[in-house]
Design a binder for this molecule. Sequence first.
Ligand code: XMP
Length: 479
Amino acid sequence: MNPRIKLKKGYTFDDVLIEPKRSSIISRKDVNVSSYLSRRIKLNIPIVAANMDTVTEATMAITMARLGAMGIIHRFMSIEEEAEQVRRVKRAESFIVNNPCALEQHHTLKEAKAVMKEYGITSVMVVDKQGKLVGILTFRDIRFEENLEEPISELMTPKEKLITASPNITLQEAKEIFRKHKVEKLPLVDSEGFLKGLITAKDILKISQYPSAMKDKQGRLLAGAAVGATGDYKERAQALVEAGVDVLVIDIAHGHLDLCIEAVQTLKKTVQDKVDIIAGNVATKEGTRDLIDAGADAVKVGVGPGAACDTRQVAGAGVPQLSAIWECAEVARERNVPIIADGGIKDSGDIVKALAAGASSVMIGRLFAGTDESPGQSIIRKGRRYKLYRGMASLTAASDRSIREGSLRTENLISIVPEGVETEIPYQGSVVDILFQLEGGLRSGMSYCGAKTIPELQENITFILITDAGRRESLPHEI
Ligand code: XMP
């Protein structure tokens, strides 16, 4: 045997089952699935929508955060566009909208309608040149208006007819005003009349509708966003922090790269202590250790397990995902840094196995790609609806990116070596239902293990290596 060559065995989710244990859990509701995404962020449901351009933009991130999970906005757009996606999440749910969309009186109905459409809102604040509130233009004011050139000052409800409040208003006081005056919008103005914020009845209602929502200190939904490890990543990170992002993901296929380690160190200095930095992807102890030493607040694990990944075929490199999680978690646990198991989750059973093996949360792409909330394009084929899903290193993703950046001409597609594929996923309705099933399965799995919490799940776990016959038996059969 050549002593310079080592041979290791690696296992993935389908290779094992978890041995059930005595349990005192009566109902799945008694199980607490909360767990850390990063050093400072604890999710109520430890599931994260992947930073892929067919999975997560603001709509997905908003829905995930409302339900107690989270989404990481992808980075394959301009810095300004990505920052705007983060701002959308941040605007979605705070009980106070800090920077409500505002136009000056002279703007036309046409311009107001364009702003409403772009931001998906039903009203615009109207202010004078200095920023003092002069009125509100609501959908009701313009419903039957046909002259698009009309200045909004002629259509708005003027300030004199509005109920306003101080920017220091509490949630309880705001609720009382909505109850008493039956208004839909409550603009917040300071003592000099400057517009300082807005509260909407809808946002107040949503707060009680989503009791598990992941929120920041200001009551806004949590938002994560991705940056690269080269090029504009520092400016991007800065813009995302200014937009209010809570966690940044350094998104690079091979995270155990000198330049990724340097990027972690640089970003830790750039963002100071304002947001957590997640680094990856790695699949080894050494990779995990180096990223943690560089300052990572969580490490993303997974080289090649993803549904749209082709890395293992193209590059011959990778580690079966269960072994990768297990190895990386060993190092991360010593340093108290969470591990995110990224890729290859096919069903809720895989989530239970990933967490049992030591991950604190899981990142998912494919399972969410067919939903209403994903930004992937819908197509109809033979009367059935599908949504596109593609690896971020697939030919179309890589070429779209290079063409947008101006570094590739369409005739040079042959210069791309893809490590991902593109596919169509049957349309699956809302991610709300998918997440419900995944969370339910996780609760069930924990109850089979007698674990009331994720740390309990990770204690004393026995994986059983199964055979082909065992695997066949594990699936529905003879029916
Ligand atoms: P699932 O299985 O949930 O995995 O769809 C999502 C994860 O897959 C990774 N990813 C890729 N890996 N080539 C790869 O080797 C690619 O083109 C690619 N695109 C995404 C990524 O880690 C994601 O979170």
